[in-house]
Every structure is written in structure tokens, then in C-alpha cells.
Design a protein around this ligand. Structure first.
Ligand code: PEP
Ligand code: MG
Length: 692
């Protein structure tokens, strides 16, 4: 079948690269073959360069010839594409057929509204060779000024930070620290001087170099640091080139912001009365921007890759911040069903919100303690606001990951004392550095030598600390100094046996002596506990319990080490079984050993935030949990409805169940018959259909 049609180019820019690209994209979807002809020259419709070579301006005409089975449909759609001006302006634009997208949900909630693009295209950087010393000096001056300006801008953001994200002001401090970091600042100056290149180019090279360093340590956590470096360097580049970035300040109507990326400074600027949601092409769940937007309670989906291409200003969008689904210009039925979903989600949220500040007491009077796991300062406030009765796990790695050098005592002390003050009078369990050597920016330094083949079994965590005593002692000094401000508990991770635990305690004692010598106050009675997360520790929990003030069970690692499953490897993810009978028995053994010695036992792995897992753990005798902040209200809601005595009676025998699958159905069956009003409740049903 052959179809021939004359098509007029009516868009302002003529048949430019983007338009030609759309033609090629369309041609790729059909079996039929397209030829385009202008001025008697015919070109292949699958070659973008050939189409461009037709050089057809606005008002020009091309003849499309299509040969093949689906020629008719193809030519109709091609005509629509031309008539839509290739999506260049205004209404009635051509849009690829794809109307849905999926990204990473980072802040929950459902929102429906109009799209508003925020231009975050990167500043173009050009190479320029400097010809004499005068030019070099001038570029150095320009760079210094651009950095100073960036610092002032960051300080300004800091002074106007909204109440809800005040706790994250430290992110802006981190940005200032990055500006001073030798990897960025000194190395850019050196490049200008030695390589005689302009400031923008030198900065770009320094950032590329930092990217390489980060790449070496592939880890989501580290990615967060890289986002910060990018956002800081972009600010300096804008200052160098005088580009005024598109800003969120100007938004004066309710919209959903669509951007390539957003920085924490953008989040500080946004007005929650107008910004109903955020979509970005890039970004990860753990980026600072994501964490801050969650505090603002705006639905956010990141990592959409092509949101800025697929969505144009004014498009109607549905954003599901629970699942990561985006629907562009939805049909009326879809809008109705999402309005309903939104209502259900909001009632779910208010149901759990109502209980978040009430005690986690079961219906038969058992007092359960619920605390939060946090990774940085800013989260402490959010944790308490969400009903946490303290911090059950402060992961202290962040400050070690953002810079090339190990943090000094004062930096650590400032961070720890701020957390202590924020959470007081509630307790904070602070965990000493728990990191594999390959995950540190400092891995470039002389102290940490080669990369390990198997970091999960290598020189990590307490092993690293015991081999790098000075790094360890600096952290212990900072923790002890901050212990005067609140109820701090100190916890050593990945302890494999008694000798190692006593070794860590000896280092602590020596640090205490040095503080005594310096006349510095600290809490001498600070409780010292073990994060139980490897099977060797569970087997000798009875021995360890005689020497520890408390245990916290870290099931994230315990499951990995008990089942020999890398917790980050998607190929074996299906074998990572929290309900494996071996894991349950290990947990039970630790609880028993702790109870026998009369020490506190809590659990701080991810499973502490899962309602079904919590039922099992309660039945095994645990009464204290530390979990991700988002799960606290839901778990509290469940606990407050629970007759724990009955649960324990009905769950007897759980340790005899032979497989994870059977454990799950054992628990579900009993939970549904014993607690129908809980697992039938909308709140839990909603979660089961994918809110987390
Ligand atoms: C754990 O292993 O369960 C734990 C709480 O620590 P992390 O997830 O930081 O290793
Ligand atoms: Mg762990």
C-alpha cells in the first residue's frame, strides 16, 4: 500500500532537530517505510540528518510518501504531528502516545493538578585557553567572587528556611562546606593556574573528578552527596555566567512542578500553598531534596527520566506519590477513580495521624516503645513530630561520606549535640561508624588502602574503627562530650564476639580518661550496647548479655548474614526472607538472653515498620522497636488496637513452623481471625495495596 500526502510545516522553528527527531521516532513505530521529498530531493524518513538536510522552514512544504501495510495510519499520524507544530507551542500539541510514567515515589500522597515547568537546564560551559598571567589572575578572582556569592546566597536561603524544614538547615551548611572543600575549591584554582583554562571549565573538570571518585563507591547513600556537589557547582557556574535561574518564588497559582532536578535550596524557596507536587527527571529516594519535600508533605516522584520532555506546561497531571505513577492528561474516569483514591489515602492518613502522639499501649495494657531510625540531624525533629519516643538508631555515617577528609571532633560534636538537644528528654541511641572502607570519600586517603573484593565481609564497621583508632577515638570523644545534653546510649555495630566488644569498650574507656585529663564533662554512666546483626553474636547472646547494657537487633544485616544473601543484590532479593524460621529463632534467642540478664532488647531493622512482622516480633517477646519515621503512626495505630496477651497465646508454636511462607500464612490466618477489625481496617488494607 502506498500513501502520498503533502504536508505543510507550520511551526515557528521549521523542521528543526527536535521535529525531525519526532518524525524518526514515529517512523520507527510503523512497519511502512517513509520518504520525505522537498525540491525533488527525496530522503529516508528514518534518518534524522537527512530530514534536517531538507532545510524546510516555516511555511515550507514536504511531500510524504509511505509504502507498507500500515501506511494509512502512519500518514494520518504524521499529518497530525505536522499540524500539532511538533509540540512547539500552545494547545493541541502533538504528544507521544505514552500517557503514563513511573518513577520513584519519595514523598507520599496523591495530587491532581496542572503542570508547571521549571527550567533547570544546566549552564553551558565553554573551554577557553587563557593567554597570559593577567587573564589567569582575572579568572581566579572571578571564581573566588562566584564562590563567595554562592555562600551568601546559601546563607540567605538558610535565614528564610520554612519552619517544616528547619531541621534540614544543615544541608545548606553542607553546601557551604562543599564550596570550601579542597576537592572543589583548591583544585579548581589549581586548574586555572596550571592548565590556564577559564574558571567555568576548571570547575567543570573538578566536578567531573569528584564524580569519578563517587563512582568508585557505587552506593545510593553516596549519590546523595553527589547531588549536593552538582547543585553547589551549578550555583557557582550561574554566578560566573550571570545566568538568573528560573525560580519557584514566582509561582502564584496551584501547580505541580516539573523539573529536570531540584536542589535543597529550591525546596527552601517553594511555597506549599501553591506547589501541590513535584516531578523530576533525575534524583533518588535518598536525595536531600526528596527527604526535605517529605517533611513538607508534598507528593513527590523522582527519577522519571523524561518528565520534562513528556509533559508540557498546563497538562493535567495525576501524581501518585505512594506508587510513583504519573498520568498525563487522564481520561475523566481515571480522574474520578484517583479522586476516590485520594480521599481514601487522606482518611488513612488522618486515621494514623490521630494516634501518632498517643502512647503505643496495647488494648490489654502492655506498654510498647516506638522509636525512630535516622540518618541525619534534620530527621530528628520529624521523628519526634511523627510520634517517636526517641531515636533508637542514629546512623552516623553521613558526615564521613560527604568529604574527602574524616570529620573533626568539633564537626561531630556540633552534630551530635544538636541531635541530643532536639530529642531531649527522649533518649538517642547513637551508633558508632558503621561503614565499609570502600564507601568513604576518605577512601582516597592513605589511611584506607585498597578496595576489597567482598566489602560486606571485609574491614567494615567496628573492625574498621578498631584498626583506625584515631578515627574511632575522635568519634567517641564527640559522642561522650555530647552525652551531657541528653539521654545518649552508645552502640557498637557488627560485633562478632565478646573479645571485640570488650576491645571497643577499652577504647571507649581510654577516651573517657583523656576527657578526664582535659577536664571535659561527659556522662560516665552512658549505657553501652551491641547492635546484634551477625549470627555469631546471636549464638553467644547469653555471653554478650553479661557485658552489655542493652541489645538492639539489626535484622537488615542479620538476615543477610544468616541467609548469605547480599541485601543489595537484586538477583537474590527473592531469597532475602525476614520470616525465615532461622531468623525468627535467632531473634528469639537474643530476646531470651537479654531478658535473662535483665537488659533492654529492642529491634531496629526495617521489619520493625511492617505490621505483620511486628505481630511476630511481639509474640517473640520484643517490646521495643525502632523504625523508619514513616511507619511510626501506622505501627502505633495497630499496637493500640492489639490484645497482646491473646496474640502471644495464639502465636505459640510459631518457632516450630518450617518455612517463611508457612510462617506468613500462620500469622495471617491468626491475625485475621483474632484481629479482624485490624486487618480489615481500611488503613491496613490501603497499605497492603501499595502505600509504602
Ligand atoms: C541493620 O543492619 O538491621 C541495621 C539497623 O543497620 P543498617 O541497616 O544501617 O546496616
Ligand atoms: Mg547493619
Amino acid at each position: 500500500m502506498e500513501e502520498i500526502r503533502s504536508l505543510k510545516v507550520i511551526n515557528e522553528l521549521g523542521m528543526h532537530a527536535r521535529a525531525a527527531g519526532q518524525i524518526v521516532e514515529l517512523a520507527g513505530k510503523y512497519k511502512a517505510k517513509l520518504f520525505l521529498m522537498k525540491d525533488s530531493r527525496e530522503v529516508d524518513g528514518l534518518s534524522i540528518l537527512s530530514i534536517l538536510s531538507l532545510a524546510c522552514p516555516k511555511g515550507g512544504e514536504v511531500e510524504a510518501r509511505i509504502i507498507g501495510v500500515d501506511a494509512k495510519e502512519f500518514i494520518d499520524e504524521l499529518e497530525r504531528l505536522f499540524k500539532s507544530k511538533f509540540g512547539e507551542t500552545g494547545m493541541g500539541q502533538y504528544r507521544p502516545k505514552k500517557k503514563t510514567m513511573k518513577g520513584f515515589p519519595v514523598s507520599p500522597g496523591i495530587t491532581i493538578g496542572k503542570a508547571h515547568h521549571l527550567d533547570r537546564s544546566k549552564t553551558m560551559v565553554f573551554y577557553r585557553k587563557l593567554i597570559n598571567k593577567k587573564e589567569v589572575d582575572r579568572e581566579i578572582d572571578r571564581f573566588r567572587q562566584a564562590v563567595d556569592m554562592a555562600k551568601e546566597q546559601i546563607q540567605k536561603f538558610k535565614s528564610s528556611i520554612p519552619e517544616q524544614v528547619k531541621g534540614y538547615a544543615f544541608v545548606l551548611d553542607t553546601h557551604s562546606m562543599i564550596l570550601d572543600d579542597s576537592l572543589l575549591f583548591d583544585s579548581t584554582l589549581q586548574r586555572i593556574q596550571k592548565e590556564k583554562v577559564n574558571a567555568g571549565w576548571a570547575l567543570k573538570k573538578s566536578v567531573d573528578n569528584i564524580h569519578q571518585l563517587f563512582k568508585k563507591v557505587e552506593d545510593e547513600y553516596i549519590g546523595r552527596g553527589m547531588d549536593d556537589v552538582d547543585s553547589v557547582s551549578e550555583r557557582v557556574l550561574q554566578n560566573l555566567t550571570g545566568v538568573e535561574p528560573d525560580s519557584l518564588v514566582g509561582i502564584k497559582e496551584k501547580v505541580i512542578v516539573v523539573a529536570h532536578s531540584l536542589s535543597p535550596c529550591d525546596i527552601v524557596e517553594l511555597n506549599v500553598s501553591y506547589v501541590m507536587g513535584i516531578l523530576t527527571d533525575v534524583g533518588s529516594r535518598t536525595s536531600h531534596m526528596a527527604i526535605m519535600s517529605e517533611a513538607l508533605e508534598i507528593p513527590v516522584v523522582v527519577g522519571l527520566e523524561s518528565a520534562t520532555d513528556m509533559i508540557v506546561d498546563g497538562d493535567l497531571l495525576i501524581v501518585d506519590g505512594n506508587t510513583g505513577d504519573i498520568i498525563i492528561n487522564p481520561e475523566p474516569d481515571t480522574i474520578i477513580s484517583y479522586e476516590d483514591k485520594k480521599k481514601r489515602y487522606n482518611s488513612y492518613k488522618s486515621a494514623i495521624d490521630r494516634v501518632r502522639h498517643l502512647p503505643a499501649e496495647t488494648s490489654d495494657g502492655y506498654k510498647i516503645t516506638i522509636k525512630a531510625n535516622i540518618e541525619f540531624l534534620g530527621e530528628a525533629k520529624t521523628a519526634i513530630e511523627n510520634g517517636a519516643e526517641g531515636i533508637g538508631l542514629y546512623r552516623t555515617e553521613y558526615l564521613y561520606m560527604i568529604k574527602k577528609d574524616f570529620p573533626d571532633e568539633q564537626t561531630l560534636f556540633d552534630d551530635y549535640s544538636q541531635i541530643a538537644k532536639m530529642v531531649a528528654p527522649n533518649p538517642v541511641t547513637i551508633r558508632t561508624l558503621d561503614i565499609a572502607s570502600d564507601k568513604m570519600m576518605a577512601s582516597d586517603s592513605d589511611m584506607v588502602t585498597s578496595r576489597e573484593d567482598n566489602p560486606a565481609l571485609g574491614l567494615l564497621s567496628i573492625r574498621f574503627c578498631l584498626s583506625e583508632r584515631n578515627v574511632f577515638k575522635t568519634q567517641l570523644r564527640a559522642i561522650l562530650r555530647a552525652s551531657v545534653f541528653c539521654n545518649f546510649r552508645l552502640m557498637f555495630p557488627v560485633i562478632l564476639g565478646l573479645g571485640q566488644f570488650l576491645g571497643a569498650k577499652r577504647v571507649l574507656k581510654s577516651v573517657m580518661r583523656s576527657l578526664d585529663r582535659d577536664g571535659i564533662e561527659y556522662n560516665r554512666e552512658i549505657p553501652i550496647g551491641i547492635l546484634i546483626e551477625i549470627p555469631s553474636a546471636t549464638s553467644i547472646a547469653d555471653i554478650l548479655a553479661k557485658h552489655a547494657d542493652f541489645f538492639s537487633i539489626g535484622t537488615n544485616d542479620l538476615i543477610q548474614y544468616a541467609l548469605a544473601i547480599d541485601r543489595d543484590n537484586e538477583h537474590v532479593a527473592h531469597l532475602y526472607e525476614p520470616f525465615h524460621p532461622a531468623v525468627l529463632r535467632m531473634i528469639h534467642q537474643v530476646v531470651k538472653a537479654g531478658n535473662k540478664e535483665g537488659i533492654d532488647v529492642s529491634l531496629c531493622g526495617e521489619i520493625a515498620g511492617d505490621p505483620l512482622a511486628v505481630l511476630i516480633l511481639l509474640s517473640l517477646g520484643l517490646e521495643e522497636f525502632s523504625m523508619n519515621i514513616g511507619s511510626i503512626p501506622l505501627i502505633k495505630k495497630m499496637i493500640r488496637m492489639l490484645p497482646l496477651g491473646e496474640v502471644r497465646d495464639h502465636f505459640k508454636g510459631i518457632l516450630q513452623v518450617s518455612t517463611s511462607k508457612k510462617v506468613e500464612s500462620f500469622v495471617l490466618k491468626r491475625a485475621q481471625s483474632l484481629l479482624p477489625n485490624i486487618f480489615e481496617e481500611d488503613v491496613f488494607r490501603y497499605r497492603a495495596t501499595g502505600t509504602s
